[in-house]
Design a protein around this ligand. Sequence first.
Ligand code: ATP
Ligand code: MG
Length: 567
Amino acid sequence: MTEIKDSESTEKKSLNFIEQIVANDLQEGKNGGRLQTRFPPEPNGYLHIGHAKAICMDFGVAQKFGGVCNLRFDDTNPQKEDTEYVEAIKQDIEWLGFKWGNIYHASDYFQKLWDFAVRLIKEGKAYVDEQTSEQIAAQKGTPTQPGVESPYRNRPIEESLQLFEKMNSGEIPEGAMVLRAKIDMANSNMHFRDPIIYRIINKEHHRTGNKWKVYPMYDFAHGQSDYFEGVTHSICTLEFVPHRPLYDHFIDELKEGKDLDDNRPRQYEFNRLNLTYTVMSKRKLLALVQEHLVDGWDDPRMPTVCGLRRRGYSPEAVRKFIDMIGYTKFDALNDYAMLEAAAREDLNARALRVSAVLNPVKLIITNYPEGQTEEMEAVNNPEREEDGTHTITFSRELWMERADFMEDAPKKFFRMVPGKEVRLKNAYIVKCTGCKKAADGTIEEVYAEYDPSSRSGLEGANRKVKGTLHWVSVAHSLPAEVRLYDRLFNVENPSADERDFRELLNPDSLKVLSNCYVEKFAAENPTGNRYLQFQRTGYFTADKNSTPDHLIFNRTVSLKDTWAKQK
Ligand code: ATP
Ligand code: MG
């Protein structure tokens, strides 16, 4: 008896607060046992990691409780919207691993919303205002001071009807008139102070073309769209808390008390995702793209879903991060390091281990026969035996990391030092015998001798040496460009900074290494979204522009958090 109770309570504890609400509603048989959510992006930009948080909630809760989540494009502003964004949004949702039920558009409801607006005018609940938006804003009042009524507020109904028609026929210039709901200029909720519900926009809409000249405001479209579709749980972010009563108000008007079951969407709000060292505003992200401050929406430094994908994040890593931060009712700023920690954990289990030398110096194994080669077995992923092995070619001339050699090294430098032994990964133990230097002291070549009896895997080969170095064979490796990324912004919270966000960009957020060498296996299937670990260096993936003739790899994340050490 008690045991069952216990397991029930742990089950409950693992639900977030919205899942808990949904579970209770379903248990109580609300909405006839139906669960319907939606993800409602405005197609005016690419999705970012904040949207991913909303997606994991909207789709996740429907999935978990056997409901349906629809995708609705809130396309009420043709000025900024485009089909390019529509397609990108669909692709990103699918990549994240979610499936929508139906695809809807707010523009599907333009006629219904128009009819509703006309009805409101006829009932004396809406009027055409000819003031400028500045005048209207100036009359809004403050939360403690009532607003001032527009001189057009009590104009004859007939006049408003005619003007609304004219607003939509193209006779009235943009900005000259708006339609406002007549509610209450003294309401303590500012959104009730005769909100603008329609404005004129002279721009072709990506779906309805030139059919409409007036477009509903988001607040006049969003709640009703949910209602038309039969959404049961309308989940959104906290900034919409004060809008909720207005949505309910419009639905009350729309239903006219006909719907006695009170079948309306219930809105629940969770905290937005804010991340350190980046921005989440679509306006700012668009500016970065348009001003070529980054290489497009999918620049690997962008917090966009496509940016993370190009950077080498797996969908699982993104979802793991969303899971780690959870859902609350309080806004916070999450640490970018947590996103990277999620990526490391995910990639450690997933990535193929390969060898790549990013800053090469030549290593010559002087006692290894010229022209001889050996195929060495390399484990693909020690975390996952079933991933098998591949081979890497060993030869007399190798590339090693310049930083792995020191002529005069401190005691704890367990790498290549004259007179000392190290193991070359998957190959032999070698003893460093010296180096060749240029006149300016630059190391040109490093020399070593190998011990033939120490080949990895051979019986008794494993005598103790401190330090294992990665390498690639000069004749059997491929040149590559490697891109190392860092924080896009220099300040922790760019959105809270008074300075223009462009001034806060980190000038060192991209470092290009053009003289790298990778083993051949690393370059196989370069665009197949392979997750790689360059041994000892970090997690990498081939860039979308990588070709066999010009290999390009992006660093997803380093093996360790280098910023943590500096603090
Ligand atoms: P805009 O400035 O264009 O309104 P937006 O970020 O609100 O941008 P929408 O396309 O309206 O973009 O957002 C779609 C959904 O994603 C909304 O339900 C919104 O609440 C949610 N969302 C947007 N940004 C975040 C974020 N940072 N964290 C969590 N959810 C978010
Ligand atoms: Mg929005």
